[in-house]
Design a protein around this ligand. Structure first.
Ligand code: F6R
Length: 608
């Protein structure tokens, strides 16, 4: 996601060089524009890379302190105007921000009435104006920041500077990470430790609801209530690369572990829990056309296609719309029959997958309404579809898709509420789905505690050459995904099957050397799945069952059981995926492979 780096020093260090170098080490996060501010020289911003920013910064641009940012667009296109740092009306309050100010529209309206003029479409800019407004009454920088933050709803990681007190920086955190670097006569603020480590290993991680005031020689941490927090800095032993991975050994593991935050970010501001509805701003421009839709076609590739398959079950069951799911790579070569009453939904993390893009173009040619469920803002699919919803999962660095799938499924559940409540879904059922969606992050935290257990299981089974994954109904695509993940990162032959298909062929392969991962949650097809496990055991097959917490009977049958908390049947795949991702990751580790860089695979498939 976006990257923050800020510096204040009393030595003769050139803050501009420190900041530009720091931004370079944040580049791995993925971004689309960059900017830098120093009180001495002002601001330089540009769409594009840090290299472009460096080229644009004049030689005369200096400073002893400053703030800088890499932006990954959420509100407003990736333009120079929308890039950070942002300022208030007088151009003396400057700030960089990661996160989303949910109530920016109402704040903006209030401030506009008070005479503030806004320069960008970004939600961030409102914060600078709000601080400026409080500065007028409070006449104190820190107090103005505390007052302003008290009014913000949403998430933020912030670095703020006031031109009249150039040595001082204020940092704040609510839901978006902020690390302080404590140097000798210098202090740093960053969104992760990677740009700081070159300068100091002494760091202080802010907790949610904390604010820090830094000068070159001092740092003080407060709660939002302005109560002082006493906490000593810790010494990091990480290298820069480990810092980028948040201390995890691989991006894949880091991104699996992000699942609870991913669901929260995808849901943020979109769930109207009491009414059991979803507010999808990205679809508002096509609301009228959507009300005439009679059929949905979902297209995607690989993991994104599997997301579509799960979406099909959700949308047909709760929205009552006929849904077909197509591999984008096949759809474009058929002669699909489409019309204006068809919505074609393209699911893509990168927004650049060529087959998915061509399927969108084919849909457009044939008059369908094209919609995107895309993670990468400003990507080609996001631009070419008629409307869409961004996943807000943050950039996915690991080649194998993990957190993107979690966000795609969360978005499809939101689509289900959106379409469903306009059609057959009752307010009561809608509210139940919304409630369970909101409860997912906590349940995901419980599932992620299984990390060690999955590592142990991977160790036990890593020598196996083949694997079968089976599941039924909502968990059939989860089985396909479990097999894909294992193949991709550990090169173990794995097949995913609908459990009902097992007897139609694959069971012939089963013996003691061909284990099965059986998805057997306590849902509407539980008994049928248990029968399949019996059939496997009768052929001496080894079975790892993924079951609902408390299901003791399955433990008597299977060789190993992984327990997962219960949620609604339609949302169960979001929880069930995680152990399968961890299993694939740890089998790769057992085999001494780098799961972040599977052989022969690219993150974004832009060629056919
Ligand atoms: C699997 C994986 C791929 C992608 C597929 C589509 O782990 O990463 O199967 O899901 O290439 O990519 P996007 O979502 O970028 O269109």
């Amino acid at each position: 996601m976006c990257g923050i780096f800020a510096y204040t020093g009393s030595k003769n260090k050139d803050a501009v060089e420190v900041l530009l170098e720091g931004l370079s080490s944040l580049e791995y996060r993925g971004y689309d524009s960059a900017g830098i501010y120093t009180p001495e020289s002002g601001v330089v911003k540009t769409p594009g890379a840090v290299g472009a920013l460096r080229g644009k910064v004049p030689k005369s641009f200096t400073g002893k302190s400053g703030i800088s940012h890499l932006r990954w667009a959420t509100h407003g296109a990736p333009t120079e105007k929308n890039a950070h740092p942002h300022h208030g009306g007088k151009e003396d309050i400057w700030l960089v921000h990661n996160g989303i100010v949910e109530n920016f529209r109402e704040l903006k309206e209030r401030l506009t009435k008070k005479g503030h003029t806004f320069f960008s479409e970004s939600d961030t800019e409102v914060l600078a104006h709000l601080i400026e407004e409080y500065l007028r009454s409070e006449k104190n920088f820190e107090k103005a920041v505390f007052k302003a933050l008290g009014e913000v709803r949403g998430t933020y990681g912030l670095a703020i500077q006031y031109a009249k007190e150039p040595e001082k920086l204020i940092a704040a955190r609510m839901g978006s990470p902020i690390v302080l670097g404590v140097g000798n006569g210098e202090h740093f603020i960053a969104s992760d430790a990677s740009p700081i480590l070159k300068h100091t290993k002494k760091v202080l991680f802010l907790n949610d609801g904390e604010v820090a005031v830094l000068t070159p020689t001092s740092h003080a941490v407060y709660k939002l209530s302005q109560k002082r927090v006493r906490r000593n800095p810790e010494e990091l032993s990480w290298g820069a690369e480990e810092a980028q991975k948040g201390g995890y050994e691989h991006f894949m593991l880091k991104e699996i572990m992000e699942a609870p935050d991913v669901v929260s970010n995808t849901l943020r501001g979109r769930l109207i829990q009491k009414k059991g509805m979803a507010k999808l701003g990205g679809l508002e421009s096509v609301a009228k056309k959507l009300s005439h839709i009679e059929r949905i076609i979902i297209v995607g590739c690989g993991t994104a296609y599997y997301a579509g398959l799960i979406g099909e079950y959700m949308l047909e069951e709760f929205a009552g719309i006929p849904v077909e799911v197509e591999l984008a790579s096949e759809f474009r070569y058929r002669s699909p029959v489409l019309n204006q009453r068809t919505a074609l939904i393209a699911v893509s993390q990168s927004g650049e997958t060529i087959d998915t893009l061509e399927a969108v173009r084919e849909g457009k040619r044939k008059g369908a309404l094209t919609l995107g469920i895309v993670n990468t803002v400003g990507s080609t699919i996001a631009r070419e579809t008629d409307a869409g919803v961004y996943n807000h999962a943050g950039p996915e660095v690991g080649v194998a898709s993990t957190k993107a799938l979690v966000s795609q499924l969360t978005t499809l559940a939101l689509f289900t509420l959106f379409f469903g409540r306009a059609r057959k879904l009752s307010p009561k059922k809608g509210a139940e789905i919304a409630r369970e969606l909101a409860a997912l992050p906590k349940k995901l935290e419980t599932v992620l505690k299984k990390e060690k257990e999955m590592a142990k299981l991977a160790k036990k089974y890593a020598h196996m050459r083949d694997f079968l994954f089976i599941g039924r109904k909502y968990n059939y695509p989860v089985a396909l995904e479990g097999a894909l993940k294992l193949k991709e990162v550990s090169y173990v032959h794995a097949e995913g099957y609908g459990a009902g298909e097992m007897k139609h062929g694959p069971i012939a392969m089963i013996d003691q050397e061909f284990p099965t991962f059986a998805l057997t949650p306590r849902d509407s097809v539980y008994e049928k799945n248990v029968s399949n496990v019996h059939e496997l055991k009768a052929r001496k097959g080894l079975v790892i069952a993924l079951a609902t917490e408390g299901d003791k009977s399955i433990a008597k049958l299977a060789d190993d059981v992984v327990y997962v908390p219960k949620t609604l049947e339609m949302l169960q795949p979001i929880l069930n995926l995680i152990p399968l991702q961890l299993f694939a990751y740890y089998v790769a580790i057992q085999k001494g492979l780098n799961p972040d860089r599977p052989r022969n695979l690219a993150k974004s498939v832009t060629v056919e």
